[in-house]
Design a protein around this ligand. Sequence first.
Ligand SMILES: Nc1ncnc2c1ncn2[C@@H]1O[C@H](COP(=O)(O)OP(=O)(O)OP(=O)(O)O)[C@@H](O)[C@H]1O
Length: 313
Amino acid sequence: MSKRFGSQQALDSLTLTVRPGEISGFVGGNGAGKTTAMRIGVGVLAPDGGQVLWGDAPVGRLESARFGYMPEERGLYPRMTVARQLVYLGELHGLSRADAREAMVRWTERLRITQHRDKRVNTLSLGNQQRVQLAAALVHDPEVLILDEPFSGLDPLAVDDMSDVLRDKAAQGVPVLFSSHQLELVEQLCDRVAIVRAGRRVAFGTLDELRPAEAGGQVYVEVEGAREDWPARCPAAAGFQALQQGVLVDLAAGRDENDLLLEAVRHGTVRQLRRHVPSLAELFRDLVEPARETPPGGTGAESRSRDLDGVSA
Ligand SMILES: Nc1ncnc2c1ncn2[C@@H]1O[C@H](COP(=O)(O)OP(=O)(O)OP(=O)(O)O)[C@@H](O)[C@H]1O
């Protein structure tokens, strides 16, 4: 997909594949193009170039009616009651009145908003409005689920409810795609993650696939009573970085954590020693921050990429 708004290239040949039964996370800095891509995905915005496929066939109006979409700008009718709104949206998607009512009852129970059924949406708290918005995306039992920042502003219990629903939908075989800036949540929930920067995809794959190969050679160690630079005198350490509590050591070639442990105990009491597995937040910074150092003339998007489905994007 490509999309330009005036002089702003919002999407630049971005490709994204969402697989049945998987939860995919869509992350990127503000203005990176996530909302634009999702709006194109569900057919509310037309791309300048590219297309949206379901299987091998282009998605038209009929197909996208079977998608469930939770927009970032919450698109509910503020003065309609929750129940009327959900029944109405169900009918709009082709359900009979009875089926739409049944779905409304089921989803308001599941999302714990039964007590709000007869209230106008604009009288609810933002978190409860968001639960209604999720119910609205689910009421017609969609075959694809696309959610734009569904977790923003939710309390921890609501985050759990939202997470459970997304997991259940994926377990039923529905492809689920959601955007979020809460990278720990993305890390916990997603089978696959796409990172986008300036309208281009810079990484796509499972978290294990996104981790650089050299990451396996880092060990986090806390040694009480040791000098801050103790790894400098360890042959098992090729380099190190002092952190707030401990140090992050790059293992020397052919050495493992046992070698490092034997050397570390000579410097003090080893309180912790474990292989360092970079978090999504670290990977994100690694992939997205180089854009800020782009030399004049470069787009920044070429600086790093960790893309793993073989599609150039
Ligand atoms: N309707 C529009 N008119 C003009 N520019 C737009 C429009 N929609 C998006 N843009 C621009 O396109 C770029 C991508 O915006 P988009 O909303 O897709 O980013 P995003 O990744 O969802 O950001 P955020 O994380 O802040 O929600 C931005 O530069 C934005 O200003």
